[in-house]
Design a protein around this ligand. Structure first.
Ligand code: PEP
Ligand code: MG
Length: 913
């Protein structure tokens, strides 16, 4: 806040105290209302109370700072002046709205009250001034309903399914014999107002407040209070928005979209935000108030198809405003507007939320249209790196979908609001979806609702996809699922959702809770039963090669974007791949090497030899078993070197505790195993059992694993080194360059890496002598226990490269078992003990600090030490950004995360320029 004593920022009549730059104080909505006023877009007058006041309010038990009251009263007078109307007037009453607006938009999570200023007198004046008594009384009943819910807390009890105001409204429609709210007469509405007030009195014991200024203060308090409601907390946790930001409160003159058939209300996008196609589009309703569009009560019409014919001049005004805003903000805008008697008023503009598909298309199109530069196109806020994931998401297998159609399984169609394809079991309430998801996270669920509201957030998150009967492309369900990257269909009007009976039906077809259903978020089609999915278009071009690049526009835009990405990023991106086919995929996604090949994954195919090795009591037997593994390992390494064509390949020596291959659990689960092993080894069943018991460890993750295996059983390391070197020699002989990097796991002492490096070098020399060839190779270490990070200067005397194994480093730094933390991490997240899951995103304060120490120590010994990361964090955008700053040379992640890591790396390189 520029001036700590200024609590009110006015806008209206072409003048504004605030601007876009003041978003942190005024919130997105307030800052943009000010900015639009400045650039000459028509906005109803009003003022913004900044976020700092919300924080004061939260910290002081709902008290307002001194001086606020006077400034609000003065600002209200200015609003009255600009709008030519007065609060509580007997002739031309001013009504205002009171709306939340945080720094980052949190769609529908906080509260809004409209039509403030109505009472038994002003409603009469509004009726006379507008010449429309039905409108006036309808506005009054809406006001009591909204204020009653938001401010006074009159809403459905736990055991009620329906809002108590809605129940009275439904009863009134039934007694009046009408279907729609808009068909109720002024008299019906007047009666309803009395019934609503009686309901408020009965529920709260208080009369409904009559004084406009009291109504305003109560609404401001409710808006600030809503920053701390449960769904806002959940949303902030999901999107990493600090709880300390607070919301601003916007008090603004009402304009009316429900004064007659030359009035309308709507929400529009300057481009399509589902797939990114250019052109103004959106939803509108004639003769309605804004909340009707967003709440999804009536299904709106589409601006791009029918507004042109119904209100051609309004359409033109909207297109012009859209262009003005897009040019000014250099971004796709999401606007809210009201048409009052043919004139368009803007109530909000903000950078539009979009799917990953739309984000890429819009960013690339804006560059090609000359509106922004490639550097701007890559900004994090335009394409959150994680959203690229959506482009790699599955779609329905076309043949399976065609089959579903011929089988008559196409149930209905709605509006395609969130791309992707999802099949799952029907769930009718958010709570049920959350409950089922907690029991079995693998079981896919589709949340089917009449419409969704912000309360459904947790359930939407748990579901694979969302399907609603009402609402348009801008309804709550659509906005939120798009942002979550969930497949979503809204406004499937034929759908009859019966919460009480637990059924979803279209005509005679009735599905029950738990039945399978499939939704195509690209087309809006809904199918009964499951439909198989197939990979995305990008994956079809890059991986499956079933589509030629020139036939896929989506791929071409992706390729253009990734070209810019590689131009700007300085951090390398490698992949974690154990098998040649994984390496092939990763290369197609742009991987520049293998950062981690976990050799034990190859062993799973050869359990017999491994178990023989484990059970061996003497070195000779062990060596014989190990040597039987050599050709298999060598084959796999050969495949990797061939695929990688001279790119670096980091191969890690055996790491996991041996009990993963043979333990008492294996013997229990496979009753014949002990006997088979006994026969295979020529030892007794008892000996097998005894040796297995000996291997038991209470805490295997901290037990005999990592380099401790290769140190105690040097023949394992020697065999692996030989397999690597023989493979390298063979592939080099084929004329293909090879760059093996042998990596030692779980090192904490310099002596450990010294021990293993000596074995590797000795073996390599032997292979080179036998073959008369040499190979350029390196020996390095993982840094995955705190001691290694702390003594990295010593370790770097031997190690030629470092790779941070942040899975184990997190486990050992936090003392939090990577296998067991599931039991409490949910609670930790819910209660803000940790801001995110430290196994997904690097814990900067602890693990991050160790990484920094590790880098500094390592480079103090070896200034050009190559350093990477190969824990799961290597594919997490925030962690990638940290790695850029920590001075790492590369990150390594799973193949499908490679494009995401590349983008995150470029974004951070640009942001830190
Ligand atoms: C790590 O610990 O981060 C790592 C990459 O090794 P693994 O996950 O195999 O223990
Ligand atoms: Mg590890």
């Amino acid at each position: 806040m520029a001036d700590p004593t200024q609590f009110v920022y006015f806008f209206g009549g072409g003048q504004a105290d605030g601007s876009t730059e003041m978003k942190n104080s005024l919130g997105g909505k307030g800052a943009n209302l000010a900015e639009m006023t400045r650039i000459g877009v028509q906005v109803p007058a009003g003022f913004t109370i900044p976020t700092e006041v919300c924080n004061y309010f939260s910290d002081n038990d709902g008290a307002f700072p001194e001086g606020l009251k006077e400034q609000v009263v003065a600002a209200l007078e200015r609003v009255e002046e600009v709008m030519g109307a007065r609060l509580g007037s007997d002739t031309n009453p001013l009504l205002v709205s009171c709306r939340s607006g945080a720094r980052e938009s949190m769609p529908g999570m906080m509260d809004t009250v409209l039509n403030i200023g109505l009472n038994d007198h002003s409603v009469q004046a509004l009726a006379e001034h507008s010449g429309n008594a039905q409108f006036a009384w309808d506005s009054y009943r809406r006001f009591i309903q909204m204020f009653g819910d938001v401010v006074l807390g009159v809403r459905a009890d736990d055991d009620e399914h329906e809002d108590p105001f809605e129940r009275l409204l439904e009863a009134k429609k039934a007694s009046a014999g009408v279907k729609y709210d808009s068909e109720l007469s002024a008299e019906d509405l007047q009666e309803l107002v009395s019934e609503f007030k009686a309901l408020v009195k009965q529920r709260t014991g208080q009369d409904f407040p009559e004084e406009p200024i009291d109504q305003i203060w109560a609404a401001i308090g409710a808006v600030f209070g809503s920053w701390n409601n449960d769904r806002a907390f959940v949303y902030r946790r999901d999107y990493g928005i600090p709880h300390s930001w607070g919301t601003a409160c916007n008090v603004q003159a009402m304009v009316y979209g429900n004064l007659g058939d030359d009035c309308a209300t709507g929400v529009g996008l300057t481009r399509d935000c589902s797939m990114g196609a250019p052109g103004f589009n959106g939803d509108y309703l004639i003769n309605a108030q804004g909340e009707d569009v967003v709440a999804g009560i009536r299904t709106p019409k589409r601006i791009e198809t029918s507004l042109k014919d119904e209100m051609p001049e309004v359409y033109e005004q909207l297109e012009t405003i859209g262009k003005t805003l897009e040019n000014h903000y250099q971004e796709v805008q999401d606007i809210e507007f009201t048409v009052q008697k043919g004139r368009v008023w803007l109530l909000q503009t903000r950078n539009a939320k979009r799917t990953g598909f739309a984000a890429v298309r819009i960013a690339v199109d804006l560059v090609n249209e000359g509106l922004i530069t490639p550097e701007q196109a890559l900004e994090k806020r335009r394409i959150p790196a994680d959203d690229l994931n959506q482009l790699l998401q599955p779609v329905f297998d076309p043949q399976k979908k065609a089959l579903a159609e011929t089988e008559g399984r196409l149930l209905t169609k709605g509006i395609n609001a969130g791309p992707g394809a999802a099949s799952g079991h029907i769930c009718l309430t958010a709570a049920e979806a959350e409950r089922l998801h907690n029991i079995d996270p693998e079981k896919p669920l589709i949340l089917v609702r009449r419409e969704t509201s912000p309360e459904d957030l947790r359930g939407m998150r748990a579901a694979e996809g969302i399907l609603t009967a009402f609402g348009g492309a801008s309804s709550h369900a659509a906005l939120v699922s798009r942002q979550m990257g969930k497949t979503c269909i809204v406004g499937a009007n034929e759908l009859n959702v019966d919460y009480i009976a637990g059924t979803v039906s279209v005509g005679d077809i009735v599905l029950k809770t738990g039945d399978p259903i499939s939704i195509d978020g690209f087309t809006g089609e809904v199918f009964t039963g499951m439909v198989d999915t197939t990979p995305s278009e990008i994956v079809n071009v890059l991986i499956k090669k079933t589509v030629a690049p020139e036939d896929s526009e989506a791929y071409q835009r992706y390729a253009q974007l990734m070209e810019w990405v590689d131009q700007f990023r300085t951090l390398g991106v490698r992949t974690n791949a154990d098998l040649p086919d994984q390496a092939v995929d990763a290369l197609a996604f742009g991987a520049e090497g293998i950062g981690l090949c976990r050799t034990e994954h190859m062993f799973v195919e050869h359990l017999e030899e491994i178990r023989e090795m484990i059970l061996a009591r003497d070195p000779d037997t062990r060596l014989a078993a190990i040597n039987r593994l050599l050709p298999f390992q060598q084959d796999e390494f050969t495949g990797l070197f061939r695929v990688m064509q001279g790119r670096p390949v980091t191969i890690r020596l055996l790491d996991p505790p041996l009990h993963e291959f043979l333990s008492e659990r294996h013997l229990q689960e496979q009753p014949d195993l002990a006997e088979e092993l006994a026969a295979q080894l020529g030892i007794s069943v008892e000996a097998v059992r005894a040796r297995t018991a000996e291997l038991h460890e209470e805490n295997p993750m901290l037990g005999h694993r990592g380099c401790r295996l290769g140190i105690v059983y040097p023949e394992i390391t020697a065999m692996q080194a030989r397999a690597i070197m023989q493979a390298a020699v063979a592939v080099q002989a084929e004329g293909i360059e090879v760059h093996p990097e042998v990596m030692v796991p779980l090192v904490g002492f310099q002596t450990e890496i010294d021990n293993q490096a000596a074995i590797v070098r000795e073996t390599a020399d032997a292979v080179f002598a036998e073959t008369g060839t040499t190979i350029e190779y390196q020996i390095g270490t993982m840094i995955e226990v705190p001691r290694a990070a702390l003594r990295s200067d010593e370790i770097a005397e031997t190690a030629e490269f470092f790779s941070f194994g942040t899975n184990d480093l997190t486990q050992t730094c936090l003392g939090m078992s990577r296998d067991d933390y599931g039991g409490f991490i949910g609670y930790y997240r819910e209660n803000d003990i940790v801001p995110f899951d430290p196994f997904q995103s690097i814990d900067l304060g602890g693990v991050g600090r160790l990484i920094e120490l590790g880098v500094a120590g390592g480079r103090s010994t070896r200034s050009d030490l190559k350093i990477g990361i190969c824990g799961e964090h290597g594919g997490d955008p925030a962690s990638v950004m940290f790695c850029h700053h920590a001075g790492l040379n590369y990150v390594s992640c799973s193949p499908y995360r490679v494009p995401i890591a590349r983008l995150a790396a470029a974004q951070e390189a640009l942001a830190s320029e």
